[in-house]
Design a protein around this ligand. Structure first.
Ligand code: ADP
Ligand code: ZN
Ligand code: ZN
Length: 712
């Protein structure tokens, strides 16, 4: 190695737990993207450290791709802590932090474009030259047809070309639109929120319609006025153009955004606007927690309970964890907002880690909806509904109002059943039933991509006596259309709203306020505001009570509260009917009588008794394989090994996953539980290095999931 070279330690996009050493011909700043050879390929890595020497002699060369770092030092610090916490290879976390477009060596951090500086007005008779010159002085776009004239202007020394950083074309800051005065509750919350240079987490628990968004806006405004940038994280579903518009008009600043409906190029453009400080607010979904905001002064996480914040494949991280690590590194405050905070967050608040702020009344003054359980056991439903529900819908429609039927199951019917031999058509790749989709005339598996034409006979005994059992959104909509033939029945689910534009069109129809019946899944449970909605009916609320999953009950309480929150947002008092076959279930009773606060207290007590999160720390180690024996065998060996090597960690399992076979692979897991984080992470490090080295483990795919969202 020649003396003019230095050594850089690079995070590469590969499942490696260490950084790799490369040589550099000139100093490269930490955080800069570099092109490095890795095995036979060239890949984009990021310089994370410098070194004086290396244990390797022959170092390959790292070539810088940009003149300045893509990732800042504080960000890299938070990223390193995240990688440690989730036990993911550092290179993979760094890669996730880069916009997709910048993971490509062909793309540069900044782009330049040619602009022109006016020098001297052209002679008056040169009409076209004068026109183009005027365009340039007015900073208007030059089009293709002007190019020849531009060359003449340069030749005549009327203008001079120069290179500059390409514009981001972010919408100009609009004039601020006045808002109604703050409610008393909003005022006291705002008074309690910090905005100084210190780390703090506030939990804003405000009932649906209490005006949390308004609080975010006022708070962010305050921070922006201090000359800082801000970040607002939202779950995918609520990032509608209306949200964006509302924020921009309320704040009167340039806003950048990031969501899954944008192309990589658009995302990069908005990312650049945030990085160069042009955007004062960045609104985005999960991965925007990694965006570069050099003057970041505050973070808001809206609907903090939403599962969308946890990535459940690839890099298994929570945007909440990353946001908090980032806020700690920067010494800035975070607001977690929700009408239905997660149990983890509530527990942190009760321990005094987070400041708990509450808003209990709707900002518009309208009353909270009334909730009622409907016992379905003695009832023969019509279109899946009880007579009481039908009557309530009829009354709302007669008042020119809207109704929402919530059912968390898309398709026509969840079961295709043979009356003769009892056969139920299942997916050949998953332990799951095939769902009937009537209009498409197909059977679809909702757990993998498998689908097939709807058979007319039983595939097992060829009997034609086959039945479609149960109700999905498609069937409910069809049957409701014949019961209520005077009004439109609008179905909103992943099938009817398969594209963003279709979803927009359906929502626009609903937002007209015309009397109609909306039939929807989870998609309609949150975020959307329908002013004329007065009655909500929830079908099959018990479904999740039967599930063994860790968060089934918590999610049900959240979903029911959120769906109920759609009702009676403005004028009429809303009414919510929850149809159930287990009306005595304690969770449902709690929810009706004591609201989400009561229900969440009960759930927390239950978690405490069984010793589950948030009272103990949890991680899952999972395997999957086409070989059923291998999937559990590796875990079995691992469990024994860990038992011998770890103290104060309970190891549960191995056990097959709740859905043992999915997409043709068998899946198993072990659960690790401990009272405090350190022993858990120590054990996970043992597991990691064991699995990295065992030959047996090469036969399976495995991963670690810290704070698993569900027990799949
Ligand atoms: P949340 O996010 O808590 O569900 P929103 O921020 O969407 O609530 O507000 C609910 C409704 O209340 C919106 O229609 C909003 O315009 C209105 N609102 C919010 N704050 C006020 C206020 N201070 N005065 C009057 N109306 C308000
Ligand atoms: Zn049969
Ligand atoms: Zn399947």
């Amino acid at each position: 190695m020649s003396t003019s070279q230095q050594i850089v330690k690079v995070a590469v996009p590969a499942p490696l737990r260490q950084l790799l050493d490369y040589a550099a011909n000139a100093p490269i700043a930490i955080g800069t993207r570099v092109l490095v050879p890795l095995g036979r390929r060239q890949c984009v890595g990021v310089v994370l450290a410098h070194a004086d020497d290396s244990e390797y002699d022959e170092l390959k060369l790292a070539q810088p791709l940009d003149e300045e770092p893509a990732l800042s030092p504080t960000q890299l610090h938070a990223i390193a802590r995240l990688a440690d916490y989730v036990h993911a290879p550092i290179g993979e976390v760094v890669q996730s932090a880069l916009p997709v477009a910048l993971r490509d060596a062909k793309q540069t951090l900044w782009q330049s474009e040619i602009d022109y500086r006016p020098l001297e007005v052209p002679a008056q008779r040169a009409k076209r030259q004068c026109e183009v010159y005027a365009k340039i002085t007015a900073k208007l776009a030059i089009d293709e047809a002007d190019k020849a004239i531009v060359r003449q202007l340069i030749k005549n020394q009327c203008i001079e070309p120069f290179e500059q950083r390409a514009k981001t074309y972010l919408t100009e800051a609009p004039a601020v639109e006045p808002s109604p005065p703050l409610t008393n509750e909003q005022q006291s919350v705002l008074a309690a929120l910090t905005n100084g240079d210190q780390f703090a987490v506030h939990l804003l628990e405000g009932v649906t319609g209490s005006g949390k968004t308004r609080v975010y806006i006022e708070w962010l405004q305050r921070i922006i006025q201090q000359g800082k940038q801000t970040l607002l994280l939202v779950p995918e579903i609520s990032l509608t153009p209306q949200t964006y518009d509302r924020l921009q008009k309320a704040l009167g600043v340039k806003v950048a955004w990031q969501h899954s409906g944008m192309t990589d190029a658009e995302r990069l453009r908005h990312w650049r606007a945030a990085k160069q400080g042009e955007a004062r607010l960045l609104v985005g979904t999960r991965s925007s927690v990694f965006a570069e905001l050099p003057e970041l002064g505050a973070i808001v996480i809206d609907e903090e309970h939403d599962s969308a914040y946890k990535q459940q494949d690839g890099l298994r991280y929570s945007a909440k964890t990353m946001a908090i690590l980032r806020a700690q590194a920067l010494k800035i405050p975070v607001v977690l907002g929700s009408a239905t905070p997660s149990l983890e967050t509530l527990q942190q608040a009760s321990q005094g880690q987070y400041q708990h702020l509450r808003m209990t009344e709707r900002a518009t003054g309208s009353a909270m909806p009334s909730m009622q359980l409907v016992d379905m056991r003695p009832i023969t439903p019509i279109a899946g509904l009880s007579p009481l529900s039908i009557e309530a819908i009829r009354r709302s429609l007669a008042n020119d109002e809207q109704c929402l039927i919530f059912i968390n199951r898309r398709g026509y019917a969840p079961t295709y059943y043979c009356e003769t031999c009892g056969h139920v058509v299942g997916c050949h790749r998953c332990d799951a039933r095939m769902t009937v989709h009537h209009r498409a005339n197909r059977l679809k598996c909702h757990h993998c991509s498998h689908e097939q034409p709807l058979p007319t006979q039983c595939p097992s005994c060829q009997s034609v006596d086959v039945r479609l059992l149960g109700h999905g959104t498609e069937r409910i909509s069809e049957e409701l259309s014949s019961v209520f033939d005077q009004v439109p029945v609008v179905r909103i689910d992943r099938d009817s709203a398969s594209t963003n534009n279709k979803l927009k069109a359906l929502l626009a129809q609903a937002q007209t306020g015309d009397p109609m019946i909306l039939v929807g899944t989870q998609m309609l449970a949150k975020g959307h505001d329908f002013a004329k909605l007065s009655t909500v009916v929830v079908i099959d609320a018990d479904q999740s009570l039967l599930s063994q999953n860790l968060r089934a009950a918590e999610e049900l309480a959240q979903t029911l509260t959120q769906v109920a929150g759609r009702a009676g947002r403005s004028l009429t008092k809303g009414r919510v009917l929850i149809q159930t076959r287990t009306p005595d279930h304690s969770l449902l009773r709690d929810l009706i009588h004591r609201g989400y606060q009561g229900a969440s207290q009960t759930l927390l007590e239950e978690r405490k008794i069984v010793g589950f999160p948030p009272y103990r720390r949890m991680a899952a180690i999972r395997t999957e394989s086409t070989d059923a024996k291998a999937a559990l065998g590796v875990l079995d060996t691992l469990a024994h090994y860990l038992e011998a090597h770890s103290e104060s960690v309970d190891i549960l399992g191995p056990a097959p996953s709740l859905m043992w076979r999915r997409q043709g692979r068998f899946r198993g897991q072990i659960l690790l539980l401990s009272d405090t984080p350190n022993p858990l992470h120590k054990t996970l490090r043992y597991a990691e290095s064991a699995l990295d080295h065992w030959k047996e483990a090469k036969k399976v795919r495995w991963h670690i999931d810290v704070d698993p969202y569900e027990l799949i």
